[in-house]
Design a binder for this molecule. Structure first.
Ligand code: FE2
Length: 432
C-alpha cells in the first residue's frame, strides 16, 4: 500500500474491537485492521481510546438555541409556557441574530464531535425568517456539519391559519423533512387530520416525515397510532419518525402491547429526548411524579429504531445543554433505567449509528469507503464515554482534524499522601 495521508493507531471501536488501526486517504477510510502495514504522512496515536463515528442529534431546534432569557425566562418550566415564550420572541427575531446563535451552537457541536444534526425549524412566522436563516447556516456549516431541516408548524398545522401554506413554502425553499405537532391542534380530530394531511404531502413530495407526536402526559394522546396507519397507507415505511412520544409513558400496558407492533409493522422510528422529557413532563403531577420519557427499551426490544436527541439548548424550554450527546445518553440511561452493560451500549448506539439510521444518513460509520468522520474519546469504551461524558480529544471531518481538546485530568496534592497524584477519572477495567 502506498503512503496514506493519516493513520490512527491502536483504536478501540464501539463494537468491542481493540487495537485497530484506521488508514485514511483523500478524506476517506481506506483500511481498518490491527497492525496496518502502511506508511502515512501523519500518525495519530490513539492507543486505548474509543474511536467512534460522530455523534448524531436526531432532534434539535436550532432556531431557538442560545436565546435563553429572551425576552424572559420560563417560570413554570412547562412545555406550554415555553411555546408561549417562543411566540413572544418570534416577532423580535432577526436573521442576523438567528444565524449568529446557530453558528455559535455549531461551534460547540463541532468541538463535541456532533457532526450530524436534524433540526426542526418553526414555519409559523409568515416571514419565514428562521427558515431562510437556517438554510443559510446549513450552507455555511456544510464543510463540517451536516444539517437536516424539518418544516415544523409549531403553532399547529390547522390551528395556525397560515401554517400549511408556510410549510409548503418552506419545502419549496429546500427544507428536507415534513414536521407536525398533532397534540397541539385544537382537538384530537384536528390532530388526526393534520397527521393525514402531512403524510399525504410526504407521499406526494417523496419526503421523510418527523413529527412532534404526543408530547404530553395524557395517555389518551394517541396520534402515534394515526401516524403508523397513515405511514402504512401511503407506503412511507422507513421514512417516518415520531419524536417525543411521551404520552406512551402514561399509557396502559395493554394498549402499548398493540401499539409497538403497529410501529414495527409500519417502520416508524422514534426519537426520545431524555433531558427535555424529564424536565418538561410530569409538571402537573404532585407525587408520584412521572418521568415522562417514552418507552425506549421496550421499543428497542421490538426492533423499533430509537434515537436520543438533545432537543433544546439554552432556549425557552431548557436552560442547559452544550451540544453534548453523551450528556443525552447519560440521562437516558438514568431515566429509562437502562443500567445494564447492554442498555448502556444501546444508549451509545442511539446517539451514533442508530440515530444515523433514524435520520436516514448514508455514508455514516467506520467502514472502508466511508468519509473519515471520526471522534477520538478519552475513554476506553462506550460505557466509560457515557460515564465520564468523556473529552473529545480529536474530531475529524473527512480526515482532517477540525477540533482538538486537552486530556482531562486533575493534579491532587492531598494532605497525608507522599506524592502529588495525577487523576484522569479512569480507574481502568474494574468490571472483570
Ligand atoms: Fe422538539
Amino acid at each position: 500500500m502506498s503512503a496514506l495521508d493519516l493513520i490512527l493507531r491502536g483504536a478501540n471501536l464501539a463494537d468491542g474491537r481493540r487495537g485497530i488501526d484506521i488508514g485514511i486517504q483523500q478524506g476517506c477510510i481506506v483500511a481498518i485492521a490491527p497492525n496496518l502495514q502502511a506508511e502515512a504522512r501523519d500518525v495519530l496515536h490513539v492507543e486505548g481510546c474509543l474511536v467512534s463515528a460522530p455523534f448524531v442529534d436526531a432532534h434539535f431546534h436550532m432556531d431557538a438555541t442560545l436565546s435563553l432569557g429572551l425576552p424572559r425566562l420560563n417560570q413554570s418550566g412547562t412545555l406550554l409556557e415555553g411555546i408561549a415564550l417562543w411566540g413572544e420572541l418570534k416577532p423580535e427575531l432577526t436573521a442576523e441574530a438567528l444565524i449568529q446563535r446557530a453558528l455559535a451552537y455549531c461551534d460547540m457541536a463541532a468541538a463535541q464531535g456532533l457532526l450530524h444534526i436534524r433540526s426542526h425549524v418553526d414555519v409559523c412566522d409568515d416571514r419565514l425568517l428562521a427558515v431562510e436563516a437556517l438554510l443559510e447556516v446549513k450552507r455555511r456549516i456544510a464543510p463540517y456539519i451536516d444539517l437536516q431541516l424539518v418544516a415544523f408548524p409549531q403553532d399547529g398545522l390547522l390551528r395556525s391559519a397560515t401554517a400549511e401554506r408556510n410549510l409548503q413554502r418552506a419545502l419549496d425553499m429546500g427544507v428536507d423533512v415534513i414536521g407536525g405537532i398533532p397534540h397541539f391542534e385544537r382537538s384530537m380530530a384536528d390532530g388526526a387530520e393534520s397527521v393525514q394531511r402531512l403524510c399525504r404531502l410526504a407521499a406526494e413530495r417523496g419526503l421523510p416525515v418527523d413529527m412532534h407526536c404526543d408530547e404530553s402526559d395524557d395517555p389518551h394522546s394517541r396520534h402515534i397510532e394515526i401516524l403508523c396507519a397513515e405511514t402504512h397507507r401511503h407506503g412511507l415505511h422507513g421514512r417516518v419518525t415520531g419524536s417525543h412520544l411521551t404520552s406512551m409513558h402514561s399509557m396502559d400496558n395493554y394498549y402499548v402491547s398493540k401499539l409497538l407492533p403497529l410501529m414495527r409493522e409500519s417502520g416508524v422510528a422514534a426519537v426520545a429526548n431524555p433531558l427535555i422529557n424529564i424536565t418538561l413532563q410530569g409538571r402537573h403531577d404532585s407525587y408520584p411524579k412521572r418521568r415522562g420519557m417514552t418507552r425506549v427499551p421496550e421499543m428497542l426490544a421490538q426492533g423499533i429504531p430509537v434515537a436520543l436527541g438533545q432537543d433544546c439548548a439554552m432556549d425557552p424550554w431548557y436552560a442547559f445543554g452544550s451540544a453534548d450527546l453523551l450528556d443525552v445518553a447519560h440521562m437516558a440511561v438514568h431515566v429509562a433505567q437502562m443500567t445494564s452493560q447492554e442498555g448502556i451500549r444501546a444508549c451509545f448506539h442511539s446517539v451514533t449509528d442508530m440515530a444515523a439510521q433514524v435520520i436516514g444518513l448514508n455514508d455514516y460509520g467506520i467502514e472502508v469507503g466511508r468519509p473519515a468522520n471520526l471522534v477520538v474519546l478519552q475513554a476506553e469504551d462506550a460505557f466509560e464515554a457515557i460515564r465520564l461524558r468523556a473529552a473529545r480529544l480529536f474530531v475529524l471531518r473527512q480526515g482532517r482534524v477540525i477540533a482538538q481538546s486537552p486530556r482531562r485530568s486533575s493534579h491532587l496534592h492531598l494532605p497525608g499522601r507522599p506524592e502529588s497524584i495525577s487523576l484522569n477519572f479512569s480507574p481502568g477495567n474494574l468490571r472483570g
